[in-house]
Write a protein that binds this ligand. Structure first.
Ligand code: 6PG
Length: 255
């Protein structure tokens, strides 16, 4: 049986270390933004939380900020914890502190998931916001210009964790998802939404990710065990950016 890498046709770029990876991710963001703004006069991007994006956000907020037309950039989230926006665990708070407070993006362009609400209610509210922003006819999926994902050591991405209900959602764009291992509710984009994107960028750094990345790429797809393997853009680009430590488990990079 073909492995994930053979199945989805993914491009993998490897960088020497985490700072180089962050620069590579920033340059990819700029490329996607420039293309989207040239084509549609706006750039709709969904970002993840966690620790990996911190250096990436700092690059966008610093050296590369002037290369972006923030007035035309719309920031959405891939997922959010069910906490207030001021909570230390909030993905919104991290992005605000590391990026949004440092660039001239209009408040109306910041599309926060309402972590302070009950997960399923927040998911319905966010789905309505997506339908409104993308002006979607019934049955259509929002096509983000870019979705930036991380990967957990357990193979989760967004808040799509192994053996959780949202993995199998095929109708809703956004879902509440109870995560038993965390004993917590999350709000997350679903696979159909992620896979409708024009470009999905996965960034991963550190030796602690090498085993799961090897398993994601080199084993046959089994989304309930390795949700990352459910990321397969239907009509879009899938690009993985890794530092050497995270890529250490990959063999035969040529194929
Ligand atoms: C979150 C993220 C999550 C993250 C992975 C990797 O809410 O935590 O959206 O999906 O991307 O857990 O996290 P790290 O970057 O911290 O390894």
């Amino acid at each position: 049986m073909r492995n994930y890498r053979q199945t989805v046709g993914v491009e993998i770029n490897i960088f020497a270390d985490a700072p180089a990876l962050a620069t590579g991710a920033a340059l990819q963001f700029i490329t996607c933004a420039s293309l989207a703004i040239a084509r549609a006069d706006r750039f709709a991007v969904a970002i993840s939380g966690g620790s990996t994006p911190i250096l990436f956000f700092a690059e966008l907020a610093g050296a590369y900020s002037a290369m972006l037309d923030w007035q035309k950039i719309h920031i959405f989230w891939v997922d959010e914890r069910c906490v207030p926006p001021t909570d230390a665990a909030s993905n919104y708070r991290m992005a605000k502190e590391q990026l949004l407070d440092h660039v001239s993006i209009p408040a109306a362009n910041i599309h926060r998931m309402l972590g302070e609400e009950q997960a399923s209610a927040a998911a319905r509210i966010y789905e309505a916001e997506l339908r409104d922003f993308f002006v979607l006819p019934s049955g259509a999926w929002p096509r983000f210009d870019l979705v930036v994902l991380g990967v957990g050591e357990d193979g989760h991405t967004a808040s799509l964790f192994p053996a959780t209900a949202a993995l199998h959602e095929t109708e809703d764009m956004v879902s509440g998802n109870f995560v038993p291992k965390l004993n917590a509710e999350r709000i997350t984009l679903t696979f159909p939404t992620i896979n409708a994107a024009a470009c999905v960028l996965v960034i991963a750094s550190g030796a602690n990710k090498s085993a799961v990345i090897r398993d994601v790429f080199d084993t046959p797809p089994h989304v309930d065990m390795l949700p990352m393997q459910g990321v397969c853009p239907r009509e879009g680009e899938l690009l993985w950016l890794l530092d050497a430590a995270a890529a250490a488990g990959l063999n035969d990079m040529a194929s």
